[in-house]
Design a protein around this ligand. Structure first.
Ligand SMILES: Nc1ncnc2c1ncn2[C@@H]1O[C@H](COP(=O)(O)OP(=O)(O)OP(=O)(O)O)[C@@H](O)[C@H]1O
Length: 525
């Protein structure tokens, strides 16, 4: 039976699946109290400060508390992710925590909001274009089936990397599995992200289709807002420069400003190094590992299965060799324990290599790393499995330690992070949004060391620029509508108006409200 068209496009996960979560082996925290200061993403002071929500952020919280489905966009550093934390608290109160699911399109983004990946929530184990296989696969995962059945509120962060086909297909899954013929089967949806950052990864040669191009996009939301107050940076000049780059633009002053950060002097070794390509990331990580001059343990992947399919194992996230020593910066590449934030993308430092019994041949001398994660959690890491699937049949398997080195990261991996300092090498930058995504990570240009920068690397997708231009246009139109509405409030209390805005700067899905209904809704904000 052909149910509907699926076009799941996430090549990073393509043909790979992971089975279950391993039981965590937590190590007492007290033993590893020393604080690693090298790549902390939030400061102590920031953690102590009580956040004062901006008016824009408050309007979102107000709308969510009324049960609305919302889309929150805005430039990098406008506090979208921070707001998600507060939104989740509200949703938990509205629906009870067991009915609220917090997801993001990437593992790293999921950590930042203490959630899981959208794929893991939805029960998508591998890429397939066959709708029947995908639907059956979701249905066959008891956990996923019940998640879809019980979810009352679903948060999706980093929507910029979600393909339109995936968005449409999940909406259909929601409606079908829940047996409710309403958009998203009646789920309260909170979708967050900036389309000017990294785009979805296209499947083969297919054209990138952003989530805002999905058929169900407009019907999915009651309230849409673009946050405009930049909170990550405070220097107006740097903020303005970033805003131009976000739209693929720059002026001569911007270019000479950025070039002044391209110095030849040796970069700060405590700063995270960001590269567009994995190859450069690997080289730097290997050099840093060598420089520790400690005895290195090499974990070699153990592959099995059909020879012609084993090749695909190398395209996955688990490398065939992982070299580690005490002091190495590492990142988890598999969800280990979602509630504890120990999911794909969590970073930490290896604090010890301990002898263990009965671990397989991935581990030389049965030595397993103990990692102190930046969250403070300490975990002994055991080998995990990754599978290449054919339909729902496993055709090849890789066993490997679920860690990679993390002194250097790819720009894809750092999306969503706030960094005090970064050495950004853009010589191999490609595609839209890459310069913007990387530069906008840092709080201040003082923390920037740039190399390989050229004006031609500043690229924005015209489709995205148009989306935001229309967004701004609607906002301006609504400003005018609101002014007009005010002047006619007393003269026509029963007339019907087309309302695409609840308040200046926001847009709701096209609906006809009676003026009474419209004003009643506004007064709640
Ligand atoms: N209301 C606020 N007051 C002060 N600081 C805030 C506020 N909201 C967020 N921040 C801080 O601003 C910085 C950027 O916030 P956040 O990471 O949430 O932005 P973002 O919009 O999600 O960015 P990106 O799109 O790059 O992921 C963080 O350091 C965060 O703690």
């Amino acid at each position: 039976m052909r149910l509907f068209n699926f076009g799941i496009v996430f090549s990073a996960y393509r043909n790979f699946s992971t089975k279950g979560f391993s039981k965590p082996f937590f190590v007492p925290y007290g033993k590893y109290k020393s604080k690693d200061k090298t790549t902390s993403t939030t400061t102590k002071t920031e953690r102590r400060l009580k956040i004062q929500w901006t008016e824009e952020q408050k309007s979102v919280l107000s709308s969510v508390s009324q049960g609305n489905s919302v889309f929150i966009t805005g430039a990098a550093g406008t506090g979208k992710t921070k707001l998600v934390g507060e939104i989740v608290k509200l949703l938990n109160k509205l629906h009870t925590p067991s009915k609220v699911f917090v997801t993001a399109s990437t593992g790293v983004a999921a950590i930042l909001i203490k959630g899981q990946t959208l794929h893991s929530f939805a029960g998508i184990r591998y890429h397939t274009d066959d709708p029947k296989i995908l639907y059956d696969s979701i249905m066959s995962r008891k956990g996923a089936y019940w998640r879809w059945r019980k979810v009352k509120a679903l948060v999706i962060d980093e929507i910029g990397m979600v393909d339109a086909r995936l968005f449409d297909n999940l909406e259909r899954v929601a409606r079908k599995l829940r047996g409710v013929d309403e958009t998203w089967g009646g789920i309260q949806l909170v979708v967050v992200g900036d389309f000017c950052q990294l785009p979805p990864i296209p499947d083969d040669d297919s054209v990138v289709k952003y989530a805002f191009e999905a058929d169900c996009w407009n019907e999915s939301f009651d309230f849409m807002i673009e946050l405009t107050k930049i909170l990550r940076q405070s220097d107006p000049r740097f903020i303005e420069l970033l805003q131009r780059i976000r739209m693929g633009e720059s002026n001569p002053e911007d270019l000479s400003f950025l070039k002044s950060y391209c110095s030849k002097k040796k970069s700060d070794l405590s700063a995270v190094q960001l590269f567009p390509r994995k190859k450069n990331v690997t080289k730097v990580n290997e050099e840093r590992l060598k420089s520790l001059q400690k005895s290195v343990v090499v974990y070699r992947a153990v592959d099995s299965g059909a020879k012609d399919r084993m090749r695909q194992l190398n395209q996955g996230i688990a490398p065939d060799e992982v070299s580690i020593c005490v002091g190495a910066r590492v990142m988890l590449v598999k969800n280990m324990h979602i509630q504890e934030g120990l999911v794909n993308g969590a970073t930490g430092t290896v604090v010890e290599l301990v002898k263990s019994v009965n671990v397989n041949d991935v581990c030389p001398d049965n030595l397993l790393p103990i990692v102190k994660f930046d969250s403070g959690k300490v975990l002994k890491i055991k080998p995990e499995e990754w599978h290449v699937m054919d339909g729902d049949k496993i055709v090849a398997t890789r066993k490997q330690i679920p860690l990679i080195l993390a002194w250097a990261l790819s720009i894809h991996k750092c999306q969503g992070m706030t960094l005090d300092k970064a050495c950004i090498n853009l010589s191999r930058a490609f595609g839209c949004g890459m310069v913007y995504t990387s530069l906008s990570r840092i709080r201040s240009a003082d923390g920037l060391h740039l190399s390989g920068f050229k004006a031609s690397k500043i690229l924005a997708d015209p489709k995205v620029s148009e989306f935001y231009r229309n967004f701004a246009l609607q906002r301006n139109n609504k400003d005018q509508d609101n002014t007009r509405t005010k002047s006619t409030e007393n003269s026509s209390s029963s007339s019907s108006i087309t309302c695409t805005s609840e308040k200046a700067g926001t847009t709701v899905k096209e609906r006809h409200f009676s003026l009474y209904e419209y004003l009643a809704k506004r007064s709640l904000l």
